[in-house]
Design a protein around this ligand. Structure first.
Ligand code: PEP
Ligand code: MG
Length: 578
C-alpha cells in the first residue's frame, strides 16, 4: 500500500481498478489466472514477445534504410531489452508462481525497470524509461489484441491515472465507467479540475510522479476530499473508504431534501443560487438541484469539444437547448474564454499564455469568430431570459470595444429583419485586479458583474492556477484577494448593480458565511455544491456572517483564514466539514 498526497479538486471517494492513460490507455482485463491456465498463458506471452520482436525488427530495418544505421540502433536497443533473458525469467516467475496474467506481469515488471531508470540522475538514462514504456505498450498491444480496451470504449468501471489531462480530454471521460481520476501535474484552479467537478467524479491532481509505481488493473482509492491517492490498498483501508463513500451518499441524499426550499438565511434574507455549466447537457444537474438559474455558461467548451470551428448554427443550437431546459430562468452566457489552459488559440505558442491573447482579447482580435458567436447569442435571446457576459475585461476601453461590436452585430440583425432582445442585459467578469481597482467606473457601464475568483486569485498573487508548484501560493482565501472581492461587492452594492461570485470559491461552503458577510447575495457554483451552499444559507443570520467576515478580514494569511472559516462552519454544521 502506498499513499500519495496531491491537490483535492473534486470531492468524493472512488475505489476501482487503474487504467493508466499514456498515448494509449490500456485496461488490464484481469490480474490473475487460474492455476491450470498457466501453461496456456505462458504460450500467449511467448507469442506476444515474438510478435513484438518482429515488429521492432521491421521498424529497425525501415529506419536504417531511410536514415542510416545509427537511427536504427534505437530499435536494436529495444530488441535487446525485449529479449533480455532476465526479463523473461522474471515474467515467467510472476505467471507461474504468483499466477499473474501475462498482461499484469508485463506491466509490473517493465514499470519497475522504468522506475529504476528514472531514478538515476542522468538525463540520458532517465530518457531510457520512455523506451521501456514503449516496449510495455507494444507487448500489451500484442497480448490484448482485439480485447484491448481503450478509454473511448470502456466496458467496465475504472479510475484513470495520467500524467496530465487537458480540459477536453477530461470532458470526454465516460461518466458511466470512469469513477475518478488522478494526474501527476496540474493545479487547483485548472480547467481540468473544474471539468472534473462538473462531471461529479472525485479527482486529485498534482501528485508528482507515480505512474511507474502502479500497473493497469491495480486497485486504487481516490480520496477527492483530502487529495489522497492510495495505491494497492489493504482490505481494512478499502472497507474504511467504502464506508466513507456510503456516508457521502447519505449526506447528499439528506441535502437533496432542500431542493424545493428557497436559499434564505435564518433571518429571512433571500440568496440566489445559480449553477455553472460548461456543456448544455449539464443543465439538468442545475435543474435537479433547484438552481435559480445559470450564472456562468462557459461557452468556450463548445470549441474544445469540436474538431472544426463551430458555426453560428452550432452555437445557436447549444444555446437554445440550455434556454429551453431552463424554462424562463436566467442564463448568463459568457462569450468565449479561449486561451491559457483552455487550448485552441494562437496563444498556445506564447511564452506566457495566461497574460497573452486569451479570452475577450482573443475575441476582439478575431472579430469574425466573435461576431458569429454574438449573432447566435442575439438570435437565442428570443428564447428565454438570456444575459451576456464578457470575460477577462481588464480596461474600460476593452469593455467599450466589446459593446461596440455587439451594437454593430445588432444593427446587422435589424437590417436582416432577424428578431432579438434589444434590451439584452450585458455584464462582465471581474477577474483581473485592474477591473476591481476601476470598479467604480465599470459599474456605470454594465448591467451586472460576476467575480471570477479563479483568475482573480491567479492574477493578484501572480501564481499560475494550473501549476502544482505554486499551489500553496494560489489561494482565493489570501487576504489580498479577499480585499479585492469585498471592494467589488461593496461598490456594486452601493450602485445597485447586481453582482455574483462564480469562481470555485463560491461553491466551497467554508466561504459561504464570509461572502454573505461581505454583502454577497448571489452565488454561482458547480451544480453539485448547490445543496450544501443552500444548507449554510438557511442555517445562518446575516449578523452572524458579518461578524465572521470581520474576524476573517483581520487575519493575515490564507492558511489561517481558511482554518478559521472551517472552524466556524464546523460550529454550525459539523457534517459539512470533512
Ligand atoms: C474564474 O476565473 O473565476 C472563472 C469563473 O472563470 P474560468 O474559471 O472559466 O476562468
Ligand atoms: Mg476566469
Amino acid at each position: 500500500m502506498q499513499r500519495l498526497q496531491g491537490i483535492a479538486v473534486s470531492p468524493g471517494v472512488a475505489v476501482g481498478e487503474a487504467l493508466i492513460m499514456g498515448n494509449e490507455g490500456f485496461r488490464i482485463p484481469r490480474r490473475f489466472v487460474a492455476r491450470d491456465a498457466v501453461e496456456h498463458e505462458l504460450e500467449r506471452l511467448d507469442d506476444a514477445i515474438r510478435a513484438a520482436g518482429s515488429e521492432i525488427d521491421r521498424n529497425r530495418q525501415a529506419v536504417s534504410r531511410e536514415l542510416g544505421d545509427q537511427y536504427g540502433a534505437v530499435f536494436s536497443a529495444h530488441l535487446q531489452m525485449l529479449r533480455d533473458p532476465a526479463l523473461r525469467t522474471e515474467l515467467d516467475t510472476m505467471v507461474r508462481e504468483r499466477h499473474y496474467s501475462p498482461e499484469y506481469a508485463v506491466s509490473r515488471a517493465l514499470r519497475r525497470y522504468a522506475k529504476v531508470f528514472q531514478s538515476i540522475e542522468s538525463g540520458y538514462l532517465a530518457e531510457r524509461a520512455n523506451d521501456i514504456f514503449d516496449i510495455e505498450k507494444r507487448l500489451l498491444r500484442n497480448l490484448l489484441g482485439r480485447r484491448r480496451e481503450e478509454l473511448s470504449q470502456l466496458i467496465s468501471p475504472v479510475v484513470v491515472l495520467a500524467h496530465n489531462l487537458t480540459p477536453s480530454e477530461t470532458a470526454n471521460l465516460s461518466r458511466d465507467f470512469v469513477r475518478g481520476f488522478v494526474t501527476e501535474v496540474g493545479g487547483p484552479g485548472s480547467h481540468t479540475a473544474i471539468v472534473a467537478e462538473g462531471l461529479e467524479i472525485p479527482a486529485v491532481v498534482g501528485t508528482g510522479p507515480f505512474l511507474t509505481d502502479v500497473s493497469g488493473g491495480d486497485l486504487v482509492i481516490i480520496d477527492g476530499d483530502h487529495g489522497l491517492v492510495i495505491l494497492q490498498p489493504d482490505e481494512e483501508t478499502i472497507a474504511l473508504y467504502r464506508h466513507e463513500a456510503e456516508q457521502n451518499r447519505s449526506r447528499a441524499q439528506r441535502l437533496e431534501t432542500l431542493r424545493e426550499l428557497p436559499a434564505e438565511t435564518a433571518d429571512g434574507v433571500r440568496v440566489e443560487l445559480f449553477g455553472n455549466i460548461e456543456f448544455p447537457h449539464e443543465v439538468h444537474q442545475c435543474v435537479d438541484r433547484g438552481a435559480d438559474g445559470i450564472g456562468l455558461y462557459r461557452t468556450e467548451f463548445l470549441y474544445l469539444g469540436c474538431d472544426a470551428e463551430p458555426d453560428e448554427q452550432v452555437h445557436y443550437d447549444a444555446y437554445s437547448q440550455v434556454l429551453s431546459e431552463m424554462r424562463g430562468r436566467p442564463v448568463v452566457l459568457r462569450t468565449c474564454d479561449l486561451g491559457a489552459d483552455k487550448v485552441s488559440s494562437d496563444a498556445d505558442d506564447a511564452r506566457n499564455p495566461a497574460l497573452g491573447l486569451r479570452s475577450i482579447r482573443l475575441s476582439l482580435k478575431n472579430l469574425p469568430l466573435f461576431r458569429v458567436q454574438l449573432r447566435a447569442v442575439l438570435r437565442a435571446s428570443m428564447l428565454g431570459d438570456l444575459r451576456l457576459m464578457f470575460p477577462l475585461v481588464s480596461t474600460l476601453l476593452e469593455l467599450r470595444q466589446a459593446k461596440m461590436v455587439l451594437a454593430d452585430v445588432m444593427e446587422d440583425l435589424d437590417e436582416e429583419g432577424i428578431p432579438f432582445n434589444h434590451d439584452l442585459p450585458v455584464g462582465m467578469m471581474v477577474e483581473v485586479p485592474s477591473a476591481v481597482l476601476m470598479i467604480d467606473q465599470f459599474v456605470e457601464e454594465v448591467d451586472f458583474l460576476s467575480i471570477g475568483t479563479n483568475d482573480l486569485s491567479q492574477y493578484t498573487l501572480a501564481a499560475d492556477r494550473s501549476n502544482k508548484d505554486v499551489a500553496a501560493l494560489y489561494s482565493s482565501a489570501d487576504p489580498a484577494v479577499l480585499r479585492l472581492i469585498r471592494m467589488a461587492i461593496q461598490t456594486a452594492d452601493h450602485k445597485s448593480v447586481p453582482i455574483n461570485v462564480c469562481g470555485q470559491m463560491s461553491g466551497n461552503s467554508i466561504f459561504t458565511m464570509l461572502l454573505l458577510g461581505m454583502g454577497l447575495r448571489r452565488f454561482s457554483v458547480t451544480p453539485s455544491s448547490i445543496p450544501e451552499i443552500k444548507k449554510v444559507c438557511r442555517t445562518v443570520t446575516i449578523a452572524q456572517c458579518q461578524s465572521v467576515t470581520e474576524r476573517a478580514m483581520a487575519i493575515e494569511n490564507a492558511r489561517d483564514i481558511k482554518n478559521y472559516l472551517r472552524e466556524e462552519l464546523k460550529k454550525i454544521l459539523p457534517e459539512l466539514v470533512v
